[in-house]
Design a protein around this ligand. Structure first.
Ligand SMILES: [Zn+2]
Length: 119
């Protein structure tokens, strides 16, 4: 799961690297997983996702939550930027894979949120 969080953070194209301070989830627990991340400890934010659902939806939820936090912390900039457009990419599921895609036209840009081989 840490690799998935790192891949999402990489994909956001943040101006400063974010650190993963904590990932809290007990296997078998019905509670959502919490991921504490941020550029600095005092600017840490908490993202939630439900690791019990289908994996692509879990990744989308996590990416979407982290994206919202990134826009709050580094306000006014699109994360991740849509190539050639001024808006950020949107999250979605295409063909069973969690993707970043252009909210106007997925044919303009679509790329997997997690690189191949991420567990
Ligand atoms: Zn676009």
């Amino acid at each position: 799961m840490r690799l998935a969080v790192e891949a999402v953070l990489d994909g956001l194209g943040l101006p400063v690297p974010w650190t993963i301070f904590d990932i809290d989830w007990t296997p078998g627990s019905p509670l959502p997983m919490t991921v504490t991340v941020g550029p600095r400890p005092r600017e840490a934010v908490v993202a939630y996702c439900d690791p019990h659902g289908p994996w692509p939806e879990t990744v989308v939820r996590l990416a979407s939550d982290l994206q919202d936090h990134a826009c709050e912390v580094h306000w006014g900039r699109p994360f991740p930027p849509c190539p050639g457009h001024t808006h950020p990419l949107a999250t979605g599921v295409a063909g069973g894979v969690a993707v970043w895609e252009c909210p106007v036209s997925p044919r303009h840009h679509r790329s997997p949120i997690l690189p191949d081989g991420t567990p």
